[in-house]
Design a protein around this ligand. Structure first.
Ligand code: FES
Ligand SMILES: [Fe+2]
Length: 409
């Protein structure tokens, strides 16, 4: 079923490539410049988007073994992710139920966490197992004082959590079947080769760049090259979008010689997996996934973007995941070179431009920015941000129940 969908997308790209066409949006769309600069709107987005919708918080391979954990701060919410004894993931409010001190920081492996303030101890499934000097403290109901749980969902080698403990939105509904397609990357069982975090501009300014091939041959002329194709077709699954170049050719990366494949000449069952997932896969509101080949094998860069403290700031963690850990020194070196190259592209080209753009927009002297008919991804993204920022909790459930029904048809 999902392979059928992937093949249909590939055939769409091949047909458009062969005809030298692309799919256009209906019209050029205007977005108010204040969507990027308004501080009150930025706070509302943090609350109604990032603190209310499911977020892809970690690739599964970041927490491969029971006991693995990481603590994060997302828009002011302290989050603790753990790989529990039964292999499932727990997502908790990282606050001791005594007086709120975070029980864990950074990442590591632990079966229990002892709070550094007065010494209460929690298991990595959230249970409170020890109250320090319990007799002196007085009677409390330990069962009622376990760490507060967030909704969590693991699928396609990725982990989602919703930073609202009372959320009624099903994470599977929210994904609109998209995670079934993401399984084609086969991230389950992959390995996390490296990660780093970069500072960027306003979160939407930064995210626009991931939804845009239009800029590739211009902004990235010195890195990717100026002959890079600047067209993309967009495939939407609820608010989540995949974009890919309309082309009848694909490069077969076999590790040695790159060879060009004519996809029109291949039967559906001959289409390689790497062709079916090519392009960029974004997960609303903040993830972008792109495949790479480096260090002698398949890899992908997963970029995870969060708003910063101020409207003009964001930060992005780049996870470089690989099918297998590269073994030879040469492969390790080449994988690092690939990852370093991608850092330079994003930091010095995309985000440096985004910061200049943001600063200019803050002059307030330009009222609107434009998204062309060839930039449907940005149009759709901004429409979803606005719609979901303004939706009530009840409307949110209705929106995704309807999307899920549509996806199931
Ligand atoms: S705040 Fe954690 S033990 Fe007191
Ligand atoms: Fe870019």
């Amino acid at each position: 079923m999902s392979r059928d969908k992937l093949i249909a997308m590939t055939r769409n790209l091949v047909a458009h490539g062969a005809a030298d066409t692309m799919e256009y949006a209906d019209e050029v769309v205007r977005v108010p410049a204040s969507a990027y600069t308004d501080e009150a709107l930025f706070e509302l987005e943090k609350r109604n988007i990032f603190r209310r919708l499911p977020l892809m918080v970690a690739p599964s391979c970041e927490l491969p073994n029971p006991g693995d954990y990481k603590a994060m701060d997302i828009c002011g919410v302290p989050l603790l992710l753990t790989r529990q004894r039964d292999g499932s993931v727990g997502a908790f409010l990282n606050m001791c139920t005594h007086r709120g001190n975070p029980v864990a920081s950074g990442s590591g492996n632990a079966s229990r966490f002892t709070c550094g303030y007065h010494g209460w101890t929690f298991k990595n499934d959230g249970d409170l197992v020890g109250v320090a000097s319990a007799k002196d403290f007085g009677a409390v109901d330990k069962a009622a004082l376990c760490l507060k749980r967030f909704p969590v969902y693991e699928s396609a080698g990725l982990i989602w959590a919703t930073l609202d403990p009372d959320s009624k939105l099903s994470i599977a509904d929210y994904l609109c079947g998209y995670d079934e397609l993401l399984k084609a990357f086969e991230f389950d069982g992959w390995t996390l080769f490296a990660q780093r975090t970069l500072a960027g501009p306003n979160w939407k300014t930064a995210y626009d760049g991931y939804l845009d091939f239009y800029h590739l041959p211009v902004l990235h002329a010195n890195t990717f090259g100026s002959d890079f194709y600047n067209r993309a077709n967009y495939f939407a699954f609820g608010p989540h979008q995949r974009l890919s170049t309309p082309s009848k050719f694909a490069i077969k990366v076999s590790g040695e010689d790159d060879q060009q494949m004519d996809l029109e000449a291949l039967a559906d069952e001959e289409l390689p997996q790497e062709v079916l997932v090519q392009g960029v896969w974004t997960i609303f509101p903040h993830i972008s996934i792109a495949s790479f080949y480096g260090g002698g094998q398949r890899g992908a860069m997963i970029s995870q973007l969060f708003p910063g403290d101020k409207v003009g700031e964001s930060y992005t963690t780049q996870f470089y995941v690989m099918e297998n850990r590269p073994e030879t020194e040469a492969d390790v070196k080449s994988a690092h070179e690939q990852f370093d190259f991608l850092e330079v592209v994003v930091r010095d080209e995309d985000y440096a431009t985004g910061k200049r753009q943001h600063q200019a927009l803050q002059s307030g002297l330009m009222k609107e920015v434009l998204f062309g008919r060839n930039e449907r991804g940005g149009q759709v993204f901004h429409q979803w941000v606005e719609r979901l920022t303004n939706a009530s909790d009840a409307e949110l459930l209705d929106i995704f129940a309807a999307e899920q029904r549509e996806a199931a048809e």
